[in-house]
Design a protein around this ligand. Structure first.
Ligand code: IMP
Length: 430
């Protein structure tokens, strides 16, 4: 392998976890570079179920190093809980296997409180955040008032920062939102305690990556969420607070772009989104329910039912440009089995006029109607296919349409939840 970045091309939940797992086997290190515990994916290995929110799933392999980059916002309670659960399942966790960037920002209890208070106050206009304090933590990062992992190791700095932050947050929580204020001492105490446990893991991730590059190690960069949840390029304001695009692999971990060799975009065979925001190909009918049920489309983090719709290639095409995608991995193709007719959105129109890409103005986006290519479905179970030629003709045509419309080759196709239920056309980066 070489150094590969994996990103979501839609609104998150594309099934990145499975492709990351596939590529982890061929790499030495796995790095996360943005987001936080708003992400989540489930892996079943040897009959045991693991849910990951922060730690890369590469931790399940004894010989891989997992790194949490500076671009993340980290809730230390969630991280420690995840570490404990893995230890209880017999997985060795130690600083040789896991690093946390000293520059990663820390989610504090007042971030969660602000997230929930703000969403409640917005009522119908809410974004539908995961309520994990992600946005408020990134806000403090930009405001230059954030707590970083390295601050958990310095009682004086932490005390000062928490006191200064609470002055402002408590004012807003109480006076603006009518919510409960928070006390500084218990927060400082518990965060210092967590800092003590995390101390051996807190390092300079950029230096570690530099060493790895010099030693010609293969590095996998694991993106979270999806391109259209990107705070700059997504359906703003219905987005997350970080940049899930591939470029963040550099800024969010401390490595230069010349060290990235291949970017693989994960495309779920249909579209889903959780939370509010525009969704041109949404299906609010029996077909949408069929996809939702067969695809088990519930959020791994919040358990919310995901909205489902036809594959939107306008969205994917935008992602090709925004991420510089080298190849695509199509996931959950098997979920579409059993539908007589399939539709793929290949363009948008407003009042009969073609629209090149997804408009930034959400009112204009809401005015878009999808232009569909209609295709035949397939009825045969495809989960046993291990080569393209073993797919029914209609399924192959579906994959070919994705390649034609996006102009990017498909490297991997997932035809079931199991590790082995995969067609590898070509390993990304090889
Ligand atoms: P936040 O990231 O919790 O602030 O939520 C902002 C928006 O991003 C909401 O619509 C969430 O549902 C969505 N979101 C955040 N993380 C994920 C994810 O991992 N998958 C899908 N949607 C997500």
């Amino acid at each position: 392998m070489s150094n590969v970045v994996v990103v979501g091309t839609q609104w998150g939940d594309e099934g990145k976890g499975k492709v990351v797992d596939l590529l982890t086997a061929r790499s030495d290190m796995v790095v996360r570079f943005q987001g936080g515990n708003n992400a989540g994916h489930t892996l079943v290995v040897n009959g045991k179920q693991f849910i990951f929110h922060l730690i890369p799933s590469g931790i399940l392999y004894e010989d891989k190093k997992c790194l949490i980059g500076n671009g993340l916002v980290v809730d230390p309670e969630v991280l420690l809980e995840e570490m404990d659960k893995l230890k209880a399942a017999g997985i060795t966790i130690g600083p040789k296997r896991l690093s946390l960037s000293e520059k990663a920002h820390i989610i504090m209890p007042y971030h969660r409180a602000m997230d929930l208070a703000r969403e409640t106050a917005k009522g119908k206009a809410k974004i539908g955040t995961t309520g994990r304090g992600i946005g408020p933590c990134y806000e403090d990062k930009a405001a230059r008032t954030g707590v970083r992992a390295v601050d958990l190791l310095d009682a004086e700095v932490l005390k000062e920062k928490v006191a200064a932050n609470l002055k402002e947050k408590n004012f807003i929580l109480e006076k603006f939102f009518g919510a409960q204020p928070l006390e500084a001492d218990p927060i400082v105490e518990s965060y210092l305690r967590m800092g003590e446990t995390l101390a051996p893991y807190i390092t300079d991730v950029s230096v570690e990556l530099d060493q790895a590059v010099k030693n010609q190690k293969d590095i996998l960069f694991e993106g979270a969420q999806g391109t259209h949840l990107d705070i700059d390029h997504g359906t703003y304001p219905f987005v997350t607070s970080s940049n899930p695009v591939a470029g963040t692999a550099c800024a969010g971990s401390g490595i230069g772009p010349k060290h990235l060799h291949h970017v693989v975009g994960i495309v779920k065979a249909y579209t889903t989104r959780v939370g509010a925001g525009p969704f041109i190909t949404e299906l609010e009918d029996d077909v949408g329910d069929y996809i939702q049920e067969r695809g088990k489309e519930f959020g791994a983090t919040t358990g919310r039912r995901r909205r489902c719709g036809w594959l939107d290639l306008v969205v994917v095409r935008d992602s090709v440009r925004l991420n510089g995608l080298s190849s695509l991995a199509i996931t959950k193709l098997d979920v579409l089995t059993g539908l007589d007719r399939l539709k793929i959105c290949v363009g948008y129109e407003i009042d009969g006029e073609a629209v090149g890409q997804r408009p930034a103005n959400l009112r204009r986006m809401a005015a878009c109607t999808p232009v569909y290519k209609e295709m035949s479905g397939w009825q045969d179970d495809i989960s046993g296919a291990r080569e393209l030629s073993q797919l029914p003709e209609a399924a192959r045509a579906y994959v070919e349409t994705v390649e034609e419309v996006t102009g990017v080759p498909v490297s991997v196709i997932s035809v079931g939840a199991g590790r082995e239920e995969t067609i590898v056309v070509r390993y990304p980066g090889e």
